[in-house]
Structure formats: C-alpha cells, structure tokens
Design a protein around this ligand. Structure first.
Ligand code: CU
Length: 119
C-alpha cells in the first residue's frame, strides 16, 4: 500500500514536470515576416528550406499577402539569423534585403516584380 507522503510527493513530481514542460513550450516564438515572394514556387522553396532548418518548428507563406509566418525556437536560431536565411534563399525578409546575386539564382517567375509590383 502506498502511504500518503509518497503519494503526495509523486503528485508534486508530476506537477513540477508538467509546469516544466509547459515552460519549455513557451520558449518558442511566432513571427510574421514580410517577404518579396512571388508565387506558389516561392512558397514551396521557402517552406521546404525553413521547415528542415534547425530551430524552426514550422513556416507558412501566404502567397497573396507575401507574409511568412514562422514558429521557431529563439534559443536555436535568432530572428536575425532567420531573416538572413530567407534573404540567402533570395527573398527580402522585412528590413533584411536579399542580395542581387542570390535573387539572380531564383527562377525568373520568382524574382521581385514577376507577379507583384515592387514597393
Ligand atoms: Cu516563385
């Protein structure tokens, strides 16, 4: 038979463990980034690249608005590094602009201005 004390400490252990795992869950951040993406191919490219990157839980691009939602772990990848990763693929990410050489590597239909007008 389990005595009262060990039962209570077991309950306490569960509560501690539960709150700890919840705290861990809170260590993720969700951001919405304005990109220079153009079409469904951009969506595939950007999501595939990001979704297999360390520290990124998921990413989803909304093509019509060019807004990219990313859920990530700031401890593994900083927001700045995330934006630079997007820029490296060839797309602007908020204030981090893609380099011309990286833009040129994209298919023509994915380059800025192909479907959406430039700001
Ligand atoms: Cu595209």
């Amino acid at each position: 038979m389990i005595n009262k004390t060990s039962f209570l400490s077991l309950v306490f252990l569960f509560i501690t463990f539960f709150s700890f795992s919840q705290k861990k869950e809170a260590k993720t951040q969700k951001v919405v980034i304005k990109t220079s993406t153009q079409c469904g191919m951009c969506k595939e490219k950007i999501e595939e690249e990001l979704n297999y990157s360390k520290g990124i839980i998921y990413s989803e691009l909304d093509v019509p608005t060019q807004m990219l939602t990313v859920k990530f772990k700031p401890a593994k990848i900083s927001l700045q590094a995330l934006k630079q990763k997007i820029a490296k693929i060839g797309y602007d990410a908020d204030e981090v602009k893609a380099k011309e050489e990286d833009i040129q590597k994209l298919p023509k239909c994915c380059q800025p201005g192909a479907h959406f007008k430039l700001d």
